[in-house]
Every structure is written in structure tokens, then in C-alpha cells.
Write a protein that binds this ligand. Structure first.
Ligand code: THU
Length: 159
């Protein structure tokens, strides 16, 4: 029998983060207010620290035709890829404000399609993307590489 295991860090709150990670998470939380999410009322914000030290942010963008909507993570990756050639992503912070609930206090992880998109970016630049996951408050999860979230993922090596 083979086994798949990975380790991640869970912090009680953002006070335990280093200065750079704390700033990135605060940007992700801040931009949740720019999300266009009138259908789900689930406002997602993402912020990436690039290898050129720039920070880029993005949010989810919904549509009356529901499947047309795009998650904050994929809006972010498309923006970065369109803005810069050859710049890897070091870390992405992801937060959300669930306006249907009084609290957004636990980390949520990227959906399956976004995991696949994140891995494409990792492979393209041969560089792991660290993920910081947290709500508007509370616990923070740190994952060292997006690929850890999608075992047996499909990649160009399979083609
Ligand atoms: N959403 C994201 O933007 N990122 C995720 O990781 C999960 C879900 C969005 C999609 C949709 O606009 C709303 O959250 C509810 O699913």
C-alpha cells in the first residue's frame, strides 16, 4: 500500500505570521470588498507576492449565468500572467467575507479547478507557490506548495 501525506502549519491567528505574510493576508482581506459576488454573497480576495516583490490582488467575479463566474484565484493568475513575463509567484494569500454569515473566521481552501490552475503556474516557473489561507479573522493555514492539495494531478508531463 502506498500513502500520500503532507504537512501544513496551522496558526491561531495572523499575529503569529512574519511581517511579509501578515501584509499579504491583510491585502487579501482588504480586497474582498472589491469582489463582484451578488449571487453567492461570498466575497473572496486573493493577494500574490511575486518573485519581483510586487503584490497583485484579485477577487471573484460572478455572472447571472452562474458557470461564467470566476474564482479569485484564477482571476489573480490570469492578471499576473498578463502583466508580467517570466515572474514566478512566491506566496498567495486567500481570504473571504461570507456576507450570509456573521462570521468568516476559518480558513477555506481553493476549489479543484483553481488547484489545477495553481499547479500549472508552479510547473511553468518550476517554483512552488506557498498558500496562506484564512478568513477575515481566526486561524491561518500555511501550505508550502499548491501541488500538495491535488495529488495525482494532471500535467504536461502526462501528455
Ligand atoms: N470562490 C472563489 O473565488 N475561490 C474559492 O476558492 C472558492 C469559491 C468563489 C466562487 C463563487 O463566486 C463564490 O466563491 C461562491 O462559490
Amino acid at each position: 500500500m502506498k500513502e500520500y501525506k503532507f504537512s501544513y502549519l496551522e496558526l491561531e491567528n495572523d499575529n503569529e505570521l512574519g511581517q511579509q505574510d501578515k501584509l499579504l493576508l491583510s491585502k487579501a482581506r482588504e480586497v474582498t470588498s472589491h469582489a463582484y459576488a451578488p449571487y453567492s454573497n461570498f466575497f473572496v480576495g486573493s493577494a500574490a507576492l511575486l518573485s519581483n516583490k510586487k503584490i497583485i490582488t484579485a477577487t471573484n467575479q460572478e455572472n447571472a449565468s452562474f458557470p461564467v463566474g470566476i474564482c479569485a484565484e484564477r482571476v489573480l493568475l490570469s492578471a499576473i500572467s498578463s502583466l508580467y513575463d517570466n515572474v514566478a509567484i512566491d506566496t498567495i494569500a486567500i481570504s473571504y467575507n461570507n456576507k450570509k454569515s456573521s462570521k468568516s473566521d476559518h480558513p477555506v481552501a481553493p476549489c479543484g479547478i483553481c488547484r489545477q490552475s495553481l499547479i500549472e503556474f508552479e510547473n511553468r516557473f518550476n517554483h512552488p507557490i506557498r498558500l496562506l489561507l484564512s478568513g477575515m479573522e481566526g486561524k491561518v493555514i500555511i501550505i508550502e506548495s499548491a501541488s500538495q492539495l491535488l495529488p495525482f494531478h494532471f500535467s504536461s508531463k502526462d501528455m
